[in-house]
Design a protein around this ligand. Sequence first.
Ligand code: SF4
Length: 1006
Amino acid sequence: MVAAGMAPASGLATEAICARVAHQLRNERHIPYFEPVANLPGFAKALSATLTELRLENAAPAKLRDAGAPGRDLSALLRLYEQKLNEAALADLAMMLRLATAAALEGKHRFANRALILFDPPMDTALQRDFVSALASRSPRIFAATLAGDEKSIATWEHILGIAAVRPDTDAAPVQLDRVRASLFLPQPQEPAGEDDSLDYFSAPGEGMESVEIARRIRRLAEADTPFDRIAILLRDPERYQPFLEEALRRAGIPAYFTRGVARPHPAGRAFLALLACAQDGCSASRFGEYLSLGQVPSSGSTAEESSSLPLDDELLSGFLGLPEEREPKPFAAEGADETADENAPVSGGALQSPIGWEDLLVDAAVIGGVERWERRLSGLKKELNLQSSELDENSAARHHLDDRIRRLENLERFAIPLVRRLHALPGNAIWSEWIAALTDLARAALRQPEPVLSILGELESMGEVGPVALDEVIQALSDRLRFLRREPDPRRYGQVFVSSIDEARARTFDVVFLPGLSEGLFPRKMMEDPLLLDAHRWAPLTVQDDRVRRERLLLHRAVGAATTRLIFSYPRVDVAQSRPRVPSLYALEILRAAMGRLPELRDFERRAAAGAEAHLDWPAPRQHRDAIDDAEYDLVSLDDALRNKRRGSVRYLVEVNAALGRSLRARAWRWNKKWSYADGLVDPDGATRAALAQYGLTTRSYSASSLQQFAVCPYRFFLHAMHQLRPREEPVALEQMDPLTRGGLFHAVQRDLFAELQSSGLLPVNRERMNPIRDAADRALDRVAAQYEEDLAPAIPRVWRSEVEEIRTDLHGWLSSMAASDEGWLPIHFELGFGLKPDARRDPASSAAEVILANRVRLRGSIDLVERHETRGTLRVIDHKTGKAPDRPPVYVGGGTALQPLLYALAAESMLGARVESSELSYCTQRGNYQRFPTEATPSARAFMGRVLEIIESAIGEGFLPAAPQQDACSFCDYRSVCGPHEAQRSKKKKPERLEPLMELRNMP
Ligand code: SF4
């Protein structure tokens, strides 16, 4: 190859060339038969398989052209494929075999002129046979062995060597395994014979439990001194079984050697593919979100090692690198293993700390197109969150939560913009070497473990001059390989159980072989014709259905032949993914027919196979402790024994070894007990908790009215909300309407602006005579504020934004009309009067950063929307504007403790402004609230009720009694249900009622 100036082409490079060839001929309309499917994702892979077979069989071009419409297209594809290989000086498998054969014939091959021993070499294709034949022709002495059932290979060897094959005599006293080896698929089986332990079988409910049973049996074998490396698990379908086996063997503590034939999904490849799809879709937010969701973000400041010798992810090419170095095996890194545990770090465990549902908020349509749109939309979103945050009490959990979202959004902005810039800069059309350079940079910048992706890109190095190709083609060529990345195998297989595909067990033997998956449809596999060249268009020696059947049978021969002492086969009797039963395959029955000399009764066979594994889907554990593969199974065996035999105290060790389980079980018992206990929320805490609680007294720190209202709903909710500041889980919001907080913020900003303008232009109070100029002023204020907000927030869907603004206009007009209709001589004097909150230019100048301290020393903070003075009486009225739905039962004074805001704001305004407040009003100023107004007179009895409310809350905090005692239906709408669990209302009703009397008194207040 070196002399011919050629480089080896990996399987991936071959597929990439096939994609190029198909793309070109389709565009030139030279493949009319394949044109409708030539751009589908699987076409390049299928084409690569077909062309490889044609080349390995030395298919004559004339025969191909005569093979109907598909043959004509394939002939054109093959011609161009060969031309591209020549231009790029690449050698595919067929070319390598040709070169090797020529070298062998000339005596230059390293195996030429040597005595040879060949065990079961692959001889399925013409070029493979030519190569072996060339080696044999130059060998002074040769010994060749092949499988007893492989008549085609035996005939080939007889032809090559010119002698008849020697068939070894069968053992005089064969065990079952010998009988299987000798009689598999023979029409006349041997005489019926008895059973022995060289053959065993079982079935399990699903591949997962089948793998666990294999692990259990391997432990027993190891106990009986069978070394791990004398045991093999041979798989017909490695992709299906490998994750289950890996997990089961890990649980059982069994070291295993997974060969190159075993791969598993790797998030790095998928994340990279998602990024390429993002670039393909014009930098869409949802694709970018898909990439982030795979947790492959590099930690900030980290750079991937520049490595020139990455392991190549190709069986063929890696052979060119020689033997692997002796080094410590490198497992897949545990997720998050190299990351800080600090949850405030921008990247934790490969996951970027970004707001949940951000991609929905960004909206694809608003960002597709490039970096500028991303920048504008992210900055708009940040401003919107800032606006929403400013609407909330600055000490509230919701405000902290929003501030956290803003911090996360800034993380996202810092990380996403440079990456989007890279995606945007990917070439449109370029030769492969340019793509490889660009993709290598991208992988290093975007992946925390780029090595597997880089090794795949490394496979394409040899085809650097091929192209130009577009991103679609690049994705098509890489997608299969990026979805499933192979794990680098350990350098040495010894000391470990050998796990491989059946074909990789050629010429190997083991004491014990496990052969799982003998279910119908799994092994033998359903025989599929080549989709590009159906059997009807094929000619000898191309593979047809009979050859496929023969090769499948040889796989069973090979697996059986690999076992020297014992074969254990098994099958999953349930398809767990589809909840369907499975039946054993004909091969399972064939093994028994060969072993016993007769076909077993199917029902008996199934029953006995099922009895071979004790674990069930509903109780995944064996019967005996000694058979447990790990702690979980051991505990299940103990529990099963305790329940069956009513052994009290026999599983006590569980609560001793696991303190959390003990706590949980005890707490469950206490919660259903009549006595109030620590398990019922905050009840009778210890000294340290009481001391901590002292900081939360109503006279020690300030509360907002809305926090205090939580107490009557449920004291525990008040505790979680106001003291622990637990926040509800972040949920993505639908963008079909404006976020309620954004809407409320916009509405309040317009009201504030409007009152300021009306005051400066002498248009207050609002009444019918001034309605026209007031409405005009309202429209101007709305247009002004909405335009500013639109500029700042860059709303994702302009149509939604505009329709919401028009709704707000309707609401504003309706609210002003309702104000004018109730003109009772009140003049607005303060707007957004804050107390106990940080200074903010948007608040009324009379606002104070100091908390209001009420007569009973209770500390309060908040912001009053509007304070009015009566033009004749000089007294004050406090208005709180609401944009939501009005309550069905308006409060008289304190509304059972859930409507404290009106009176508390009245008391706060009196304290701040030094004038008596007559009344306080909840004003619903939107159509949704029907413009209703609920006044609460600040009478002496109202004040007395408020005093008692605060006394009850203060004493509950002082006493440390804040139990889960919800109001009717409160749990149904509570954010803390996941903290409390179900049935809190039922449980609290079972408790002794005396201690809840103050709470009941509060709930019964008008
Ligand atoms: S879920 Fe029920 S019991 Fe728990 S805090 Fe909420 S209202 Fe109270």
